[in-house]
Design a protein around this ligand. Sequence first.
Ligand SMILES: [Zn+2]
Length: 219
Amino acid sequence: MTIIREFEKKCAVCGKTSKQPVLMSTNAWGYPDLDFRPSEMQRSTMSTWLVECPHCGYVASNLENELEASQDILKSDEYLTCEGNEFKSRLSERFYKHYLISRAENDFGSEFLSLLHCAWTCDDADDELAVEMRKMAIKSMDKIVVESDEEKNNLQIIKADLLRRSLQFDRVISEFKDFILEDKLKNDIITFQIELAMKKDSECHTVEEVTTRVVSKPH
Ligand SMILES: [Zn+2]
């Protein structure tokens, strides 16, 4: 079960304290979505992945972590307005602000994940911004320096979903039609993505659908 507790945290930027939620435990019951968005109950814990200092607006996974970029960013227009993106939820704003901080810190992995998570929070609430965040995440992904083939392949699997869900169906087909992996499940996910792209299906699908469906590979 999910257990969230509150703790006093001292902000590394302004030095003031505030009560912040800390995730003590959780678990995922079902299969993740095709971009690895976790199922419940883990999905509901996203509100604890990033916290925001109520005094200075610093957003971090832990407010005690140092801000590597200049503190000026927290007072900048782009930060305060999320570069003009009018998100429907505070949670989306928080992920976007974390993206801006990561971008300023040249932390490409964190930049990409912040955009991906921001897209998840936009799903169901704002389709247009969800598409925009996915397009930005694809561009950000190209900057990540991968350390292993497995990491590279996992990113490619997420990329297929990001492309399809941002309506770039032709790119899914052209970039992945010859993409073959040794791992059967991952290969099946890619085949599924191509089939969905051919049907111009931009909806959310889960890994469970891949594992339970009868594969009819076109020859
Ligand atoms: Zn602060």
